[in-house]
Design a protein around this ligand. Structure first.
Ligand code: ADP
Ligand code: MG
Length: 324
């Protein structure tokens, strides 16, 4: 049986939609209608995953659905927002029922895990591409901007860095590891990054600035520095690199992946020293796992990296030409 556009929407997407109290209209009219609760701000973020650019042709539909949601939630997490709703624009070459079933099952499993409702979208024919928009809520006084880092703030990152980069190189067959468990672990880090949603909602009350690491620490921290007109000193010896990377690759490789390869989807944030006790309390309660990797300096000091007490002056003049 061949599905029409409307049958696809109804069978694979509308059927699974849930309604919440702020939702006046979901899927099925010309637009969704959402009531933003008093004293809240609506945070909106959108990201596209396109075949050959963001994923390989043979990606399985479950991984694609998961990652479309994860990368978007990571952006909301970096603003400290709690995700509530999503819209899905999907373009595909044909209406393959088996593919759509696998995609939509994984899609709703992931949305449900984060209590997000699908409220609309668009369905088209063409090269495979998935654009997801997510909508989240923030208390009025708790935004987490890139532009609010302050001199002497400490710089932290959540989780560990570089594993997603290694996973991508494994998928591309540019590197190899013998141990199949390690190989699968690293590939999973690439295909199924965990968005730091809960961490974002903790940080929005205590951190000054944040960004999610989608393009590598150097590039993404660079955005904070540029927006906040600051410099930074990063201690490479403190970088959170997992034992798996340390035991299986050279330090040149894992530092390179941690600094430059993207898609870890960890949060990089800056926090003033007088808020550290609150952060430590959250760490102690296991609400957040993070590592201090450096501190914010004045803009004149530029972006410096230290390793074994040597200083690499990395960028002095602004942050447009990141190459080293
Ligand atoms: P219109 O032609 O008015 O833009 P559509 O025919 O594109 O409307 O969509 C009809 C309804 O189905 C709308 O509410 C739209 O938001 C929803 N919709 C379309 N595609 C999807 C999808 N892939 N997932 C969820 N909702 C969808
Ligand atoms: Mg439409």
């Amino acid at each position: 049986m061949k599905y029409t556009e409307f049958e696809i929407i109804s069978h694979f997407f509308k059927k699974n939609q849930k309604i919440d109290k702020n939702q006046i209209k979901g899927i099925g009219d010309d637009s969704a209608l959402i009531k933003v609760p008093k004293n809240n701000i609506l945070a909106i973020s959108t990201d596209t995953l396109a075949e050959d650019t963001h994923f390989f042709k043979n990606i399985n539909p479950q991984d694609l659905a998961y990652k479309a949601i994860a990368v978007n939630l990571s952006d909301l997490a970096a603003m400290g927002a709690l995700p509530k709703w999503a819209t899905l624009s999907i373009t595909m070459p044909k209406a393959n029922q088996k593919w759509l079933k696998l995609f939509s099952t994984s899609f709703f499993q992931t949305l449900n895990k984060y209590n997000i409702n699908l409220i609309g979208g668009d369905t088209n024919r063409g090269h495979l591409s998935v654009t997801l928009s997510v909508y989240g809520l923030l208390q009025k006084n708790s935004t987490l901007l890139r532009s609010n880092a302050k001199k002497d703030d400490l710089i932290y990152v959540t989780g560990s860095l570089g594993e997603s980069g290694a996973g991508l190189l494994l998928l591309q067959k540019k590197i190899s590891v013998k141990n199949i468990k390690i190989r699968n672990f690293l590939i999973k880090k690439h295909l199924r990054p965990i968005p730091r949603v809960n961490e974002g909602t903790i940080l929005n009350k205590i951190a000054n600035a944040a960004i999610d690491i989608s393009d590598g620490l150097i590039s993404d921290l660079g955005h904070i520095l540029k927006s906040s007109q600051c410099g930074a000193n990063i201690n490479l010896n403190k970088m959170p690199i997992s034992k798996i990377l340390k035991n299986n690759f050279t330090s040149k490789d894992y530092f390179n992946w941690a600094l430059h390869s993207g898609e870890d989807y960890e949060l990089c944030f800056t926090i003033s020293k007088d808020q550290i006790s609150k952060l430590n309390a959250a760490i102690k309660e296991k609400l957040i796992k993070c590592t201090c990797i450096g501190y914010i300096t004045s803009v004149e000091k530029g972006f410096t990296l230290t390793k074994n007490k040597y200083e690499i002056v990395f960028q002095k003049k602004g942050f447009d030409h990141f190459s080293f």
